[in-house]
Design a binder for this molecule. Structure first.
Ligand SMILES: NC(=O)c1ccc[n+]([C@@H]2O[C@H](COP(=O)([O-])OP(=O)(O)OC[C@H]3O[C@@H](n4cnc5c(N)ncnc54)[C@H](O)[C@@H]3O)[C@@H](O)[C@H]2O)c1
Length: 369
């Protein structure tokens, strides 16, 4: 097959990360890029060896550049519009997570992919991490029996500065529990349904959260800035979220966005017959079961040297390779619109529960066939 001609829309921090590995992939050629900010586009251009046509309006790119596929990394509230326009223009789409900021937007994106018979992959890239994948493989192999409890504990530093502070405003980002932890909720869905008995659907979400430290501070007007220049800051910076599944399994997230020190990301799955627990940033998965009681079987995850320097220690690279394989083979990606929407559903339920202080019950979207 000829090179896949790839367009890039939204050339901010995430796309610059993607480019670090994208430019090393054979059989893919960057055909054009678009961003409303020429400075950010210039930075992206520096990463590509050949001259790439650049547009301030992505619709001009769609009209003028011949492309087969597109990576979209614009602020979350724009995902629906840009994705649907690209699918309607006949491109296969890899849209960054979270899929969108509403369930209706997810539905519109799925419909556009189906109507145009094009691939829609959602950037839930943890599914491509060698560490998370090893954990899921152990669950799927029945090493711990049926999943009963899944947990994620992430204590981390605040969000990095974004274009026009979109990330701090829940009307543009969807809130912290969508923007950041759709990844965690997707892992919950993946692991809860990975056991021998299969499918697991969320039924109820309870959340308690607040903006108690870092985002409370940022909301104060920085010195020298006028009221009109103050960013809108209305997102959570800490939360506990619990998700119940129809299998009887439950999952829990503990998130803190102001832990500059002692940063850890622990994820675990407790099954009927054992435990898988791992520390994402330490590339180590531990398995406890009847064969390894008391002392864990420790599986060190080897990350090739080159990948260590790429976005998220190579997970974005593996995600890219998978997307291009799907495009070449005309295959529906596993991380499709339905998977993306199921993560959005939990995120939005969690945001709502944190506001209302009440559990949110809903009928989760089922995975097709
Ligand atoms: N998969 C992951 O782990 C991961 C990591 C980081 C970010 N993301 C996602 O990537 C997306 C972008 O995040 P980011 O960190 O790069 O933010 P960013 O603010 O650094 O970049 C966003 C870019 O979009 C551009 N943009 C804004 N409006 C536009 C429009 N109408 N048309 C074209 N370009 C436009 C901005 O100028 C900016 O360059 C978000 O959806 C975010 O959630 C995913």
């Amino acid at each position: 097959m000829d090179d896949i001609r790839l367009a890039l829309i939204g050339t901010g921090q995430n796309m610059i990360g993607h480019l670090r590995s994208l430019v090393h992939i054979d059989g893919v050629r960057i055909a054009g890029m678009a961003d409303v900010d020429p400075e950010r586009m210039a930075l992206a251009q520096q990463q590509v060896e050949h001259d790439v046509p650049a547009y301030l309006d992505y619709r001009d790119l769609l009209g003028e550049v011949e492309a087969d596929a597109v990576f979209i990394a614009v602020p979350n509230y724009l995902h629906r519009q840009v994705t649907c326009d690209c699918l309607d223009a006949g491109l296969h789409v890899m849209c960054e997570k979270p899929m969108a900021t509403s369930v209706a937007d997810c539905d519109a994106m799925i419909a556009a992919a189906e109507r145009n018979e094009r691939i829609l992959q959602v950037g839930l890239s943890c599914r491509f991490s060698r560490v998370d994948s090893k954990a899921c493989e152990l669950v799927a192999a029945g090493e711990i029996g049926e999943p009963v409890m899944v947990w994620a504990r992430e204590f981390r530093a605040p969000f990095a500065k974004k274009f026009q502070d979109w990330i701090l405003d829940d009307t543009r980002s969807g809130g912290t529990l969508l923007e950041k932890t759709c990844h965690h909720f997707d892992l919950f869905n993946w692991f809860a349904g990975a056991g021998p008995q299969g499918a697991a659907n969320p039924t109820r979400v309870y959340a308690s959260g607040g903006a108690d430290w870092v985002y409370a501070d940022i909301a104060r007007l920085p010195e020298g800035r006028t009221e009109a220049e103050a960013p809108t800051v209305n997102i959570l910076d800490n939360a506990f979220v619990t998700v119940d599944y129809d299998t009887g399994a439950r999952a829990n997230l503990a998130l803190c966005m102001f832990a500059d020190h002692g940063r850890k990301l622990e994820i675990g799955i407790q099954g009927t017959h054992g435990t898988v627990v791992y520390y994402r940033l330490e590339f180590r998965v531990e398995l406890y079961n009847a064969d390894h009681r008391g002392e864990a079987s420790v599986i060190d995850i080897e990350i090739p040297d080159q990948e260590m320097h790429w976005s998220h220690h190579g997970q974005a690279y593996l995600e890219q390779l998978y997307f291009f394989d799907c495009v070449r083979e005309g295959r529906r990606p596993e991380v499709d619109g339905y998977v993306g929407k199921r993560a959005v559903e939990i995120s939005l339920a969690a945001e709502r529960s944190a506001k209302t202080h009440a559990p949110v019950e809903y009928e989760a979207t089922r995975l097709p066939g």
